[in-house]
Design a protein around this ligand. Structure first.
Ligand code: 2YC
Length: 274
């Protein structure tokens, strides 16, 4: 899984308004609406003001990413929740959070990033939620993926989940990966998916793309008017790519985080209905 850098994260909090404006323009949906669509919940089912989120910085592995926890906190606040970053980190930070009895605790090491709902004892993870969020954004941008051909570039944790979710949503899915074995492994798990062995050719033929790969996509391979929903990090699309495609949707952390925390909150709503 690609790890964010300090540079990827440094301006997230200050550009949430910009991202929201872009998403509204291109998908007709706010960050919150994208997250609710991703989770499959009515936007007003829960009052986000009732939810408290503790974000715990984790120093394991390659360590803390500066502004990562603060960005996660600010996404939760953007959604209307009461969110804070614990003073301490790791297990001490977890104990600090638990003592204050928040509804949700969020934390990430180098492999997993989760949003844990304490009351429901269930967590939402970043890979699944990123896949759901970028499908919801694509769905808004192309006025529904149902019955449409969607190319998933990258058969990793996000791409494999995106393929399954898109099929469940009624899209026609082709999966491609520079490691063709990984693409066939996704097809094995999702027989309705087609495999494209030539990545560049698949991209040249695609109008709708979920780009869940860290690899660069050459602008010459992008179809005029293509809609690319692109959680992939690093994000290497240049001006020419943005000019050629109709829409390229990307952010390094916000959409995945928004879906995670809405999903975690939704666990409470689902759990308490009789
Ligand atoms: O600051 C901290 O607490 C660090 N332990 C956070 C490490 C996050 C590592 N994961 C990633 O960079 C990416 C994110 C987009 C979410 C999933 N992987």
């Amino acid at each position: 899984m690609t790890r964010l850098t300090d540079n990827d994260v440094k301006s997230i909090s200050d550009t949430l308004g910009e991202l929201e404006k872009f998403l509204l323009e291109k998908t007709g949906r706010t960050i919150k609406k994208v997250a609710c669509e991703a989770v499959g919940m009515w936007e007003y089912a829960i009052d986000t003001k009732e939810y408290t989120v503790a974000v715990v910085p984790v120093t394991s592995g390659l360590g803390v990413i500066s502004n990562f926890s603060e960005s996660v906190r600010d996404v939760c606040k953007w959604l209307g929740m009461d969110a804070y970053v614990t003073e301490t980190t790791d297990v001490t930070g977890l104990a600090e959070a638990i003592t204050k009895q928040p509804d949700i605790i969020m934390m990430a090491d180098d492999y997993e990033f989760i949003a844990y709902n304490l009351k429901m004892k269930k967590y939402a993870d970043n890979s699944m939620c990123t896949a759901k969020g970028y499908i919801a954004a694509l769905d808004g941008a192309c006025d529904s993926v149902i019955k449409k051909e969607v190319l998933v570039v990258g058969a990793g944790r996000v791409g494999s989940r995106a393929a399954k979710l898109l099929l469940a949503r009624g899209a026609k899915v082709t999966i491609t990966d520079v490691d063709v074995e990984k693409a066939y492994a996704v097809q094995k798990d999702n027989p309705a998916a087609k495999v494209a062995e030539d990545v560049a050719e698949a991209i040249r033929n695609a109008d709708l793309i979920i780009n869940a790969s860290p690899a660069h996509i050459d602008t010459e391979n992008i179809r005029e008017g293509a809609i690319i929903s692109s959680p992939g990090v690093p994000h290497t699309f240049d001006e020419a790519a943005y000019a050629k495609a109709k829409t390229i949707i990307h952010d390094p952390l916000v959409i995945g985080t928004a879906v995670m925390v809405m999903q975690a909150a939704y666990f409470s709503y689902l759990g308490c209905r009789k």
